[in-house]
Design a protein around this ligand. Structure first.
Ligand SMILES: [Zn+2]
Ligand SMILES: [Zn+2]
Length: 307
């Protein structure tokens, strides 16, 4: 028997257990977009006068985010540019980048691609071949953030939207507790960080209240032609265990991920106060970017890799 939509007579396409709601495609899309818009307003993520960069990998999260931000920015007359980083991961990144290109073209959004090769001089495939004491993902993450911040700033953008969803957020919160790293948690959040500097482009996370499963459904309904692959180097073991644990709990107790995130949000202010330092961040001696040490992490890592 077909289940009908809780809001109309249409056939339900999605069941949202935490709200005990069945929604047809049209009402699901409406609800999804409304929730993203509400998050954007709640944290003043986009305001008049902003120039927004959207980090797009070509995956479901960033592409869904781009679709909605295009509308929001359009109605506010706020300029928006899509930025991709090509880390040099053969096949995997080539596939996702072509999805990013295709969607940007369809939406009429300017799209810039920055490469590891040009910006740091080494690709992730090359990094992976070297036996280094840090995992490949550590280098990749630091280099990608460095490239995005520097490029966004040089392009005159003041905010950078990243496609973190509720699952990512709940995992991050829990991992920080399990590792006893509250100072990291103090820097985490849906918008802005502790660092306030004209040299640092603020991060905004419009999907932070949307469960991953729903982002996938949205991207499929919207026909974004996403390839649901995984990076060949992705094996952050600890996060994976936390993901499985949270998914099991969510199954038994719908709404768990929201509750983890909301708990964090209610203590965030106190965390920031406790771990906030007044010292102004330094500039890296080698590259000139913001850094908490004399030489920034990107430059230290590059030294390890290429000497
Ligand atoms: Zn409906
Ligand atoms: Zn540096």
């Amino acid at each position: 028997m077909e289940v009908s939509c809780s809001k109309c007579n249409g056939i339900a396409a999605v069941y949202l257990p935490y709200g005990n709601e069945n929604l047809c495609k049209k009402h699901f899309v409406e609800s999804f977009e409304k929730r993203v818009r509400r998050t954007v307003r709640e944290f003043k993520m986009i305001e008049k006068g902003d120039r927004i960069g959207v980090a797009v990998s070509g995956g479901k999260d960033s592409m869904s985010m781009l679709h909605i931000l295009k509308d929001i920015c359009g109605s506010m007359r706020v300029p928006l540019v899509a930025l991709s980083v090509d880390e040099g991961i053969k096949r995997y990144r080539e596939t996702t980048l072509s999805v990013a290109k295709e969607n940007c073209k369809k939406l009429g959004v300017e799209h810039r691609i920055l490469t590891f090769k040009k910006e740091v001089g080494i690709t992730v495939d090359e990094i992976a071949k070297r036996e280094e004491r840090r995992g490949t993902c550590s280098y990749c993450g630091v280099f990608r953030r460095w490239i995005l911040n520097k490029s966004a700033r040089e392009m005159g953008l003041n905010k950078l939207a990243v496609g973190h969803n509720l699952d990512d957020a709940a995992q991050t919160v829990l991992m920080n507790f399990l590792r006893n790293e509250p100072f990291r948690l103090a820097r985490f959040g849906p918008a802005g960080g502790i660092v306030k500097s004209e040299f640092f482009v603020d991060r905004i996370k419009p999907l932070m209240r949307i469960p991953e499963r729903e982002v996938a459904v949205y991207s499929i309904i919207k026909g974004m032609n996403i390839k649901f692959g995984r990076c060949p180097y992705a094996h952050e073991a600890f996060r994976n265990d936390v993901r499985i644990f949270l998914n099991e709990l969510e199954e038994k107790f719908p709404g768990t991920k929201f509750r983890v995130f909301n708990s964090f949000m209610s203590v965030k202010g106190a965390l920031r106060e406790k771990f906030n330092s007044d010292e102004t961040p330094m500039r890296c001696k080698q590259c000139g970017e913001l850094s908490s040490h004399e030489v920034c992490m990107r430059c230290q890592m590059l030294e390890e890799l290429v000497g």
